[in-house]
Design a protein around this ligand. Structure first.
Ligand code: EPZ
Length: 429
């Protein structure tokens, strides 16, 4: 098992090139199954979840060639079938997207009920409601979701909940349905727009991605395409908040500022300086942080994935701040770990009240999910002393080279094998 050790006290300063978007890549990769010609993807983040998805696609029979760390080529070949392997699907929630793409390709899909970060209940009722509306039958038995459709027919689907996953999944199925599908109350995340752009480049006819009404006219054939994955706005926001929380100065490069407007606005509200340029954003802080209220919402609101980071930031703002998590029911599992470091936080349902200004102290802590894990690393940078983070495989699911990127900013961070007593990076001793 591995651990990451950070030592507080050094303010991160420097530039970070942001990787491609995990959640765009995980939505686009299942769509590659539809292509009848070669597909080339670049700016694909080299992270565990992407490697898992690639293994699933190879298991289904896709031929994949890696043309560099972040560039992949896919060759259509005789696919082996429509039942991805249980052990791989179990690892992540994005595997559920195979339901939509396999339905579109084969008219059938047998997909294990997906796993993923424990953020409270994560039903897929909206996904299944949409597939049924498109003409598929749906059975759940022995942990498997069995979908079948003689023919997919366009439908008017109103999503009861704004759901990224359901919007992605139903788009993947509807592109091959006969006739028009209208998705109402659709999610508007940039990753959905990136998927729509990818599908349209393959020959799909999708209008309105990025708004809450998406119209999809089904087509029969999908050609090849070259596509560049958009930058990861959550990784960019992670480093922006790190600069404000530690009092350092970080420039995130190769970003799309439009995707980060809610984060920029909140950081300015807390007293950080944010300078926005066309493809990079500089964040630093000279004065004290101002206590603020933080509420998460679907895009373009403040992203739930940055709520743990926002909470860590607000522990350094002297006074009372309130964090409200409006997207997931159980996304405060990082609070108990932050309390080990001295944070003063009280949780009541979807609300956390932070009594900020009490300096954090380093402690052994455990990553409860991907974003909570990185939030604890950032708390360790702010804390006095050493923080040892375990369960770091959560972090590796979604951040490419996180410790190298942080070490390049001058902080003391080191990944240790459990038997290893190697010295910390940057440790003069
Ligand atoms: C996607 O998860 C992201 N994952 C999450 O990022 C992100 O936090 C989330 O969207 C919200 O932005 C990927 O893109 C792989 P939802 P998803 O469906 O699709 C409820 C990360 O760290 N809901 O938008 O699972 C659901 O319970 C991950 O990168 C239903 O009730 O999220 C939640 O309360 C974590 N029924 C709300 O909707 C459904 O059928 C939003 O979930 C589907 C969802």
């Amino acid at each position: 098992m591995e651990k990451i050790v950070v030592r507080g006290g050094k303010k991160p300063c420097g530039r970070v090139k942001i990787s491609g978007s995990k959640n765009a890549a995980l939505a686009i990769l299942p769509a590659v199954l539809l292509a009848s010609e070669k597909v080339s993807l670049s700016n694909v983040p080299d992270i565990a979840d992407v490697r898992t998805m690639l293994s699933i696609l190879e298991d289904l029979g896709l031929t994949i060639r890696r043309r560099g760390r972040n560039t992949l080529e896919f060759y259509p070949s005789r696919l082996r079938g429509y039942t991805p392997p249980y052990n791989l699907v179990q690892k992540m929630r994005a595997s559920s997207y195979l339901m939509g793409s396999l339905l579109a390709r084969f008219g059938r899909a047998t997909v294990p009920i997906p796993g993923g970060c424990n953020l409270g209940p994560r039903p897929i009722d909206q996904h299944l409601k949409g597939f049924t509306a498109l003409g598929a039958t749906c059975q759940i038995e022995h942990g498997l979701i069995k979908l079948a459709a003689e023919k997919l027919t366009g439908a008017h689907i109103y999503l009861d909940v704004v759901s990224v996953g359901a919007t992605v999944n139903l788009m993947l199925a509807a592109v091959a349905a006969e006739g028009r599908t209208v998705l109402e109350n659709a999610a508007k995340e940039p990753e959905i727009v990136d998927l729509a752009n990818f599908l349209n480049a393959m020959g799909a006819v999708i209008k309105g991605a990025g708004t809450d009404v998406i119209k999809i006219d089904g087509v029969k054939n999908f050609g090849g395409v070259e596509h560049v994955i958009i930058p990861d706005r959550i990784e960019a926001g992670t480093f922006m908040i790190t600069a404000a929380a530690t009092g350092g100065e970080i420039v995130v490069e190769e970003v799309i500022p439009k995707h980060l407007e809610a984060v920029t606005a909140k950081l300015r509200e807390t007293g950080a300086e944010v300078e926005v340029e066309p493809e990079q954003i500089r964040v630093h802080r000279n004065g004290p942080l101002v206590p603020s209220d933080l509420k998460t919402f679907p895009y373009p609101g403040f992203p739930t994935d940055l709520q743990p980071l926002g909470m860590v930031l607000l522990t350094a703002a002297r006074g009372t701040s309130i964090v409200t998590e409006n997207v997931f029911d159980g996304r405060f599992r990082h609070v108990d770990e932050l309390k080990r470091m001295g944070a003063q936080i009280k949780v009541d349902g979807r609300t956390a009240v932070i009594d900020g200004g009490v300096p954090l102290s380093g402690a052994p802590v455990s990553a409860t999910d991907l974003r909570a894990g990185v939030a604890l690393l950032v708390a360790g940078l702010m804390a006095e002393g050493e923080t040892v983070l375990s369960e770091v495989d959560h972090i590796d699911r979604g951040y490419e080279n996180i410790e190298e990127k942080l070490a390049s900013l001058g902080v003391q961070i080191k990944r240790l094998q459990i038997r290893d007593s190697a010295k910390m990076a940057g440790d003069p001793g």
